[in-house]
Design a protein around this ligand. Structure first.
Ligand SMILES: [Cu+2]
Length: 765
């Protein structure tokens, strides 16, 4: 480095030091006198900081009588005038009426699980119509498994489906009915309602249900104390590629005693075109509405009820053998919270929910319809709940203990009308009925205890353990399935999972974490009971295996994140975070070709031998995520992110399926209160580590540039415009399915959308 610059740097650092802190404070709860760590302190039009683990902070005041604003989640915001002083000023905050937010990540270092990550605040900076799964598209480590434009599943670090514990609002689940996953949990809520997405990167907590790979919690927007009175909003959006329209509205009334709110949304998506102008069958329509009401018995006690329904219609799935005629889902949830009690038990929270999905799909518009008309009518019921106690035996130790239950039941059949065989049309079509789910259920009863212990003032140790009692039964087996598994009976599994982690935060601007988690997942219903259906990415028939052992993930992780401010105001800083992980799997569940079995449906078709789900023992996964960013010139930010996964199935000597390629994201943004703009450049590398036994092929790399602008032209109105895939690149992600049973396409991967202009308008009142 040039000596002149070095001197300048030293001088700058010295100026920072000379500008030393002249105000010290401590933030405590008015009620409990407990120190509050992570509270935000902002000098009006100036510096901002957070309290450390003792609730303490210090800052520099430029003059006497400056106003500071102190805010902390769960407490009322306080504004006071302060002056430079040598004394530590103790400031108490008044607790806000409790709110059941269903959030896992609060920003309180002492309470949050290890290795958490939060997505952006979607509600504030919304610029384009979205699917829920699109919300994951720009989150480091996430990829999308696409079968078209509707049935999109998130994949995190090559972990997907039931390997991820995907939920709403801290525990509510809606399980899909369709064996082809045409209706994953992400399709049952209006994406404009999602406020943020929280991620726990591995099985590092036992409090939110059995977790194999990680927890994904989608937090929906709820009425809060911030918006007392009546308010609402209307949203409308348009996308040029497909001529798609979305519209939604929301109204709410909030008082200190109760709050009620209602939402409704309607979406019509057309078939999109890829970069070459080829139209991809992917259109759909959907309607959603929801209702939420809360009642505060006191400042410490609240009950909340949430009801929502969603209806999908005429959904085209380019990568699946059929299309959705109808998909209807209903969900009811109840949440109760009692907080801030005196004595050993501090908080009690309880949750109960019920959801029902019915699904109708057919092959009416597909080539196979000529031979056989197929119509499936299937349903899924999910019910569950949770009760948790927070115990605080002393001021160093917190214990969370409780139980949760999850019940999943599915039934339904496929009706086939065979019109032709190899000899030609049949004089008399023949009808068959195939049991899709064979009237099955899986019940999971879990008990858990997790402790958080403050070893030193800046080191937190977490340890947790849970036991899951999983019972399953196939109540109405097809005769050939019963013949294959003669001992079919009710089955009980006992799963033990555990975690331990250390969090070290020497300053408020640096955290280092190390964690181990053992996550256990009993086989899902497809893996257990599917009977000669094509449910994979390949043309194989699949046969379930009700005797599968539970899959185990032993995951180790090391990571740190921090911030280096380089200006007085803390608005300019260098941010960084990184995580490295290694997973050793036991009893990994993989479908394997079974030469002792033969195809049941359309026996003339290839391949002749179906796949049967089996446990394998030699598989592992490793990878990392890196992020480095600069906040500069007050309103600018520059960010670069890298995510890499390597997974190996040593038994088959190939990669595990659905492993995303190395992904690099580069983002430049400008942000003020009234205007924001950003450019996202995503470089996805070629993927050569593939799973040929899964029907995978090498996927070339590609680069995509998206540009988004948002503006608040007048009060209460925000307008967003975006150009996605500006260069109109023709590409497909490695995790996209291939076209399936489509007249105009062979078995090649589905291309992603080409250039797409979009606009989004929001009016608040
Ligand atoms: Cu379906």
């Amino acid at each position: 480095m040039n000596l002149k610059y070095f001197r300048l740097l030293v001088a700058l650092l010295l100026v920072n030091l000379l500008n030393a802190q002249n105000f010290k404070g401590k933030i405590v709860s008015e009620n409990t006198k407990e120190a509050l760590s992570g509270a935000h302190i902002q000098v009006k039009e100036g510096e901002a900081t957070y309290t450390n683990m003792h609730g303490e902070f210090q800052m520099h005041l430029k003059q006497t009588g400056q106003k500071i604003i102190i805010s902390f989640m769960g407490f009322e915001t306080k504004e006071i005038q302060v002056s430079p002083s040598d004394e530590i000023m103790v400031i108490s905050l008044h607790e806000a009426p409790i709110q059941i937010q269903g959030v896992l990540v609060t920003g309180h270092i002492k309470n949050d699980p290890a290795f958490t990550m939060e997505s952006n605040d979607y509600v504030k900076k919304i610029v384009q119509p979205r699917n829920v799964a699109d919300l994951f598209a720009d989150v480091n480590g996430f990829s999308l498994i696409k079968r078209g434009n509707y049935a999109i599943d998130p994949s995190y670090r090559a972990t997907q489906y039931e390997q991820l514990n995907v939920q709403f609002d801290g525990g509510t689940k809606v399980m899909h009915a369709c064996p082809n996953r045409m209706d994953p949990i992400t399709t049952h809520v209006n994406p404009e309602e999602i406020e943020k997405i929280e991620i726990i990167k591995g099985p590092y907590t036992v409090r939110y249900g059995a977790t194999f790979g990680g927890v994904v919690n989608m937090v929906t927007q709820k009425p809060s104390a911030k918006d007392f009175g009546s308010s609402g909003q209307i949203n409308a959006g348009y996308e040029s590629n497909g001529g798609s329209m979305v519209s939604s509205a929301k109204i709410q009334q909030v008082t200190s005693k109760y709050d009620i709110g209602g939402t409704v949304g309607y979406r019509v998506f057309g078939n999109y075109k890829d970069g070459d102008g080829t139209e991809i069958p992917s259109a759909f329509r959907s309607l959603e509405y929801g209702f939420i009401a809360g009642y505060n018995f006191s400042e410490k006690q609240r009950l909340q009820v949430n009801w929502r329904q969603s209806y999908g219609r005429d959904v085209l799935h380019a990568g699946l053998p059929m299309d959705t005629d109808e998909d209807n889902s209903s969900m009811l949830s109840l949440d109760y919270g009692l907080t801030g009690m005196d004595g050993l038990v501090k908080d009690i929270t309880a949750k109960a929910y019920y959801s029902y999905v019915d699904h109708i799909m057919s092959n009416t518009n597909r080539p196979s319809f000529m031979m056989t008309e197929a119509l499936s009518e299937i349903d899924a019921t999910t019910a569950g709940g949770k009760m948790e106690f927070k115990l605080v035996p002393n001021n160093r130790l917190s214990l969370y203990t409780g139980l949760d239950v999850l019940h999943i039941a599915r039934d339904g059949a496929r009706t086939r009308l065979v019109k032709r065989n190899m000899m030609g049309p049949l004089p008399m079509p023949m009808e068959f009925v195939d049991k899709v789910w064979q009237d099955s259920y899986i019940n999971d009863l879990g008990v858990f205890t997790e402790s958080k212990y403050l070893i030193t003032s800046n080191t937190i140790w977490t340890a947790g353990m849970r036991y899951d009692n999983v019972t399953s039964e196939i109540k109405d087996p097809e005769s050939d399935f019963a013949a294959l598994y003669p001992d079919l009976d009710k089955r009980t599994e006992h799963n033990i999972s555990a975690t331990t982690s250390l969090k070290y935060a020497p300053t408020t601007e640096f955290i280092m974490e190390v964690a181990y988690g053992r996550g256990v997942r009993s086989a899902n219903m497809i893996e257990r009971v599917i009977n000669h259906f094509t449910v994979g990415q390949d043309p194989f028939e699949y046969i379930g295996n009700p005797n599968l052992d539970a899959e185990v993930n032993n995951q180790f992780e090391l990571g740190f994140k921090g911030k280096l401010p380089f200006s007085d105001t803390h608005t300019n800083s260098f941010n960084y975070s990184t995580s490295f992980y290694y997973s050793v799997y036991e009893n990994y569940i993989v479908p394997i070709i079974d030469e002792s079995q033969t195809r049941k449906f359309m026996p003339a078709n290839e391949p002749v031998n179906p796949k049967v789900f089996r446990n394998l023992d030699n598989a592992y996964k490793t990878g990392f995520e890196l992020m480095a960013g600069l906040d500069f010139w007050t309103n600018f930010n520059f960010n670069t992110q890298l995510a890499y996964v390597y997974a190996k199935n040593k038994d088959l000597n190939e990669s595990l399926p659905l492993v995303p390629p190395l992904t690099t994201r580069i983002r430049l943004g400008y942000e003020t209160e009234k205007f924001w703009a950003n450019a996202n450049y995503t470089i996805t590398s070629k993927q050569e580590d593939i799973a040929p036994s899964f029907g995978e092929q090498v996927t070339p790399g590609y680069e995509v540039l998206d540009i988004r602008l948002g503006v608040i032209p007048i009060k209460n109105v925000s307008l967003g415009v975006a150009v996605l895939n500006l260069f109109d690149a023709t590409y497909n992600n490695h995790l996209n399915f291939t076209f399936n049973n489509q007249a105009d396409f062979g078995r090649v991967p589905i291309n992603d959308p080409g250039r797409n202009f979009s606009a989004f308008l929001q009016y608040k009142f």
